[in-house]
Design a protein around this ligand. Structure first.
Ligand SMILES: Cc1ncc(COP(=O)(O)O)c(C=O)c1O
Length: 421
């Protein structure tokens, strides 16, 4: 039994480790006078609907990813709808998707009748599992959704090989991965069509915003026709005849959002460097205590949209709920992962999705009631989410390291106490 009171965990009556202010260290987005000035400029110019800043934002994203075409959207969800529509998905087409992601990576496809087929996540980086994906391919499979979860690029070598073998399109949702690279290639350039969200939590936030990217003119034109009336008028192809109607929705970004998004993209590198420095420091400490912190292999540059760690009860000696309780008592802001698994959600399990699919009579309507992804379900239960520490460290990282060290160092006493209650 350790006697030094400083080292006793708070849950056992010791002092709380994390006393520094979370609000300062976790404040995000990091908006400055430059963002204010960019917004004011739009207001002074007076064109608050179609200001040229939208084109500047698109050019900046095209340059950033090396893609030929970029079309800004009012959010990532509508950019994803455009992505699914642009590759020509038809009612009844199947799309291989991860379950461990935000719903917008998947649900917009149901509005055009495409059927999500949920696949397991792989263990290393928690992206869609290529082995499970290949087992689920049928003659209706047309595409794959790749999400670089939390900023960790997916297993692209295997995914590219499967896409080529079965002639599948890749829809890349890079919403978590602004600035990440895979074998030197930027995330956002790895799909037939790629999308970033610029929602306020993201690494290059605009408030609300999204961008659709591709190299094929055909995809770009379809995305324009779906929801960007100003661009249809400019088309030099027969699609210009839709200028009076578009295809029924309107997805243009607001210039004030575009101005913030552009400015934040310019500061991305600087902002990402701070997060990476902080989280690599913390990861080193946590790895030494037996946690898995998803450090990337050499061919990958990850970014830290979110910081999740995996813990192994056998190594730490503490069940997750007790570990969580003990860390909360230390003043740590730890939580369970924030995305509930999609294949378990009522939209699928209660059959609501079929109202949107509107499959032709006789077409098989999928049932998700029995859909089970044992690995993903158990892996999701072994994750903890920590703050992503986007600002300069004020000493709070040392306090987190100390909190974890104390709790793990007293695992058996904590277990005993909690089990006796
Ligand atoms: C992985 C992922 N894809 C898509 C989206 C949707 O983007 P938006 O909120 O901009 O519609 C989000 C989150 O917001 C996301 O986390």
């Amino acid at each position: 039994m350790k006697t030094d009171t400083v080292q006793i965990p708070a849950i056992l009556g010791g002092k709380v480790s994390v006393t520094l202010d979370h609000e300062t260290s976790n404040k995000w987005p990091n908006l400055s006078h430059r963002d204010e000035e960019a917004v004011l400029q739009i207001m002074r110019d007076g064109n608050i609907s179609t200001h040229p800043v939208i084109r500047q934002l698109e050019k900046a994203y095209a340059d950033f990813t090396g893609q030929t075409y970029a079309l800004a959207h009012n959010n990532g969800t509508s950019a994803l709808l455009a992505a699914f529509y642009s590759i020509g998905l038809q009612a009844g087409d199947e799309v291989l998707v991860p379950s461990a992601t935000f719903w917008a990576s998947v649900l917009p496809m149901t509005w055009i009748g495409a059927v999500p087929v949920f696949c397991e996540s792989e263990k290393e980086r928690m992206g869609i599992d290529p082995v499970d994906m290949e087992k689920k391919i049928t003659d209706k499979t047309k595409a794959i959704v790749v999400v670089h979860l939390w900023g960790l690029p997916s297993k692209m070598t295997e995914i590219f090989a499967i896409a080529e073998k079965y002639n599948l399109r890749i829809v890349e949702d890079a919403s978590h991965a602004h600035g990440a690279t895979w074998r030197g290639r930027p995330c956002g350039s790895l799909g037939d069509v790629s999308v970033f969200s610029m929602q306020g939590d993201k690494l290059a936030p605009a408030g609300e915003g999204g961008v659709f990217l591709c190299n094929e003119y055909e995809y770009y034109e379809k995305a324009i026709c779906l929801g960007d009336i100003t661009r249809i008028i400019e088309l030099q192809t027969p699609a210009r005849r839709f200028a009076a109607t578009s295809f029924g929705i309107k997805t243009r970004i607001a210039p004030i959002s575009a101005a913030i998004g552009l400015n934040q993209l310019r500061q991305l590198k600087e902002h990402n460097t701070i997060r990476s420095k902080n989280l690599l420091f913390l990861s080193e400490k946590l790895e030494s205590l037996g946690f898995h912190t998803f450090l990337p292999p050499d061919h990958i540059e990850r970014v830290y949209f979110e910081y999740l760690i995996r813990y192994d009860e056998e190594k730490t000696g503490l069940p997750r709920d007790i570990l969580l309780q003990a860390l909360l008592k230390e003043g740590c802001q730890v939580a369970l992962p924030r995305y509930p698994l999609l294949h378990q959600q009522p939209f699928f399990t209660e059959g609501v999705f079929s109202q949107f699919l509107r499959l032709p009579t006789g077409e098989h309507v999928p049932s998700y009631g029995n859909c089970s992804l044992p690995f993903t379900e158990s892996a999701n239960n072994s994750l903890l989410k920590l703050p992503s520490f986007p600002n300069q460290d004020n000493g709070i990282l040392d306090q987190y390291a100390e909190a974890f060290e104390k709790v793990i160092g007293h695992a058996s006493e904590i277990n005993e106490k909690c089990n006796a209650q």
